[in-house]
Design a protein around this ligand. Sequence first.
Ligand code: HEM
Length: 486
Amino acid sequence: MSTGTTAGSAPDRDRRLIATWLVTTLAIFLLLVTLGITMRLAQGAVVPLSTPDFYALMTMHGLGMAGTLFSAGIAMVWFVAARHARPSRAAMWVAYVLFVAGAVALLVATLIGKFAAGWYALYPLPFLKATWPGWATGTTIVALMAMGLAWLVAQLDILRALAVEHGIGRMFAWDRFRSGAGEPAPAGVLIASICAVAGVLGTIVGAATLMTYLFKWLAPATEFDALLLKNGMFMFGHTIVNVAMYCGICAIYELMPRFTGRAWKVTRTVAVAWNATLFFILFAYFHHLYMDFVQPVALQVFGQIASYGSAVPATAVTVFGLGAQIHRSGLRWSFAPAAFTVGILGWVLGGITAVVDSTIAVNLVFHNTLWVPAHFHTYFLVGYVLILLGFLHLFLRSRAERLAGTGLAVMLAGGYTFVLMFFLGGLDSVPRRFASYATIPYPDLAERAAELARWGAVGGSVFLLGALVFCVSLVAGRRRRSGTDA
Ligand code: HEM
């Protein structure tokens, strides 16, 4: 382990803070999973759902998942930062209150107000009031601004604390390029810094974009450039979901060494890879605009290069580093290292299929098919989420290893069944974001899409079951621990 402290010996108040963040985000996640299963059941024609209701659920599910999992990621990064510096607990509580207020407002806007413009609320769609009232649009904008403010407060403070403790050159591992530099900062500090900088930049662009949305809502006669706002929304949304994943990776770099007994060293190669990731991640979102013919061609080409650049170096050094950690280390496969390892596998599989889709020649065919939700559900559901649960198990010092392991096996079976159905749909060119496949004008394809959706709902439900078993393991594991402590 790179530092003297462990997850168990962090001060009580830090523990209460992070536990509150993580338990809240886990509860919201489970609720959003049930919305996802409902959508898949509706697409499979098993439960009736009106079109406006479907898109309202899809908007809540998409925005909620991205925002909640990113928030959980910030909590993990704060935990890592608190082991190597002194981030402010008060700032993190302020961020928590803002996040919860934003989440509640979003639930009201989508589930009651039926705001249904999708997770990136493409301009000018939110202002057309197609099936929802104007107040639902305004509430969504304010909700997203509250969450954005929460992320800014937390991440800026994490950066401040790391800079004070380590200095800018050391926290970004730039000292690795000087000969005779001393010990590098711990790997967790490097990844935490990369996450926080990229997260802050994405959030600032998001805040500027949302301000124009607010302006439009207050003064409807105003017009803005739709392409500019699409760039802004994707720079914000794409960056934060990528950073969420890296927050999970940050926790692994920090915690895996406690199981293997080997330090996760920041070498010059690791420093190059993560700094390259920081640069490219800011421009990878261009691959969402390949179909926008007015976007300058140079940006499209750069988008493809940046997509590869943001995924390949970080993945390569992480997989190699994980292999070096595990190989002949005598690691005992308890729940947390197992969840971390299968989580990295899910990240890699989701990442490879994302890179495939970000290749312009392929995107011409796969664009807006189910291949797109397939890849990001893979790296989130059977990647990031498993890492998060591994972290939670460790953080809450659960002792119910066998029950947690059973939950993990069930989640893997359900999760992979669920994402496989999206991939098969993508290969068949089933369109994404269709409330009812009955409207597809090719009866064979419509029937196959509905069949895949039904199997997807089965997979999602099995995943949910596994997640509930895991939750029970947390409660049982804590009881067992109290008994042992007593
Ligand atoms: C078992 C768990 C899950 C189920 C059953 C589920 C289900 C779904 C379904 C049916 C859709 C609509 C797909 C389409 O037709 O285009 C969807 C979209 C989406 N899901 Fe999930 N999902 C799950 C987990 C997740 C996770 C972990 C994330 C994390 C980011 C996520 C984020 C999204 C996003 C961003 C969208 C797109 C919404 C949009 O296009 O506006 N989902 N999900």
